[in-house]
Design a protein around this ligand. Structure first.
Ligand SMILES: [Zn+2]
Ligand SMILES: [Zn+2]
Length: 128
């Protein structure tokens, strides 16, 4: 069947099952507005990953610029994506309110995280 269906793209979250339709002209979200997870398409070396990027924290750059810190459940790579207007505010706040003293990611990843965030959080570790 050809027709209008061809102009509609479907976004389906592999984590929570949230689905939404997007027209050809709209850009697909890089993360799920409902659970804030994304799909790790490829890593830094451009190897395919396919793991689920789970939200592990919220980074407040400025009052208006919030970013979701995501970690790939499969390979452990971290990245940040900007919060969008469509994102679930309650989910964002619940992640943001997690106590920083018990980070939901391995301690050895903190250096990597601070590097992503601009590198001012030197923990005194070795350089790569
Ligand atoms: Zn989702
Ligand atoms: Zn990955």
């Amino acid at each position: 069947m050809k027709g209008i269906k061809d102009q509609i793209k479907t976004y389906r979250c592999l984590n929570c099952g949230w689905t939404s339709l997007f027209s050809e002209t709209e850009s697909m979200p890089d993360h799920c507005p409902n659970c804030l997870s994304g799909i790790h398409v490829e890593d830094e070396e451009e190897n395919e990953c396919g793991g689920i990027l789970e939200p592990v924290g919220i980074w407040v750059r400025t009052e208006k610029e919030w970013e979701i810190v995501q970690r790939c459940q499969f390979c452990g790579e971290m990245r940040t994506v900007p919060v969008t207007e469509k994102d679930n505010r309650i989910k964002i706040l619940s992640i943001a309110s997690k106590p920083i003293s018990s980070p939901p990611f391995p301690v050895e990843r903190i250096e990597e995280l601070t590097r992503i965030m601009g590198g001012s959080g030197d923990t005194g570790g070795k350089q790569k």
